[in-house]
Design a protein around this ligand. Structure first.
Ligand SMILES: [Zn+2]
Length: 90
């Protein structure tokens, strides 16, 4: 087995990618619940976003979508206000 470490935020991110794929397939324009991508494995926060907003966040691979105040070690908060927050890995 390799030594690849799968980090929590990346597990949440791939789950969100599956949600986005579903939304894209159905052409849904309304906000749907995406998962908080913080580093807490027990986090069950949901963020209601339209696909458009989600894809805008995803256009920067360094960025993770989190509930306000949720954190990822070694990432800095870049947009603290609003219904969701963004953290960026350095
Ligand atoms: Zn969280």
């Amino acid at each position: 087995m390799g030594g690849t470490v799968v980090q929590t935020e990346d597990v949440f991110r791939s789950a969100n990618e599956r949600i986005a794929h579903l939304v894209r397939e159905h052409g849904w324009r309304f906000p749907v619940p995406f998962l908080c991508e913080c580093a807490d494995t027990h986090c069950f926060a949901r963020l209601e976003l339209t696909l458009e907003v989600y894809e805008d966040v995803r256009s920067n691979p360094q960025r993770y979508l989190t509930a306000p105040g949720h954190e990822i070690p070694a990432a800095k908060a870049i947009e603290p206000a609003g219904t969701f927050a963004l953290v960026e890995k350095l």
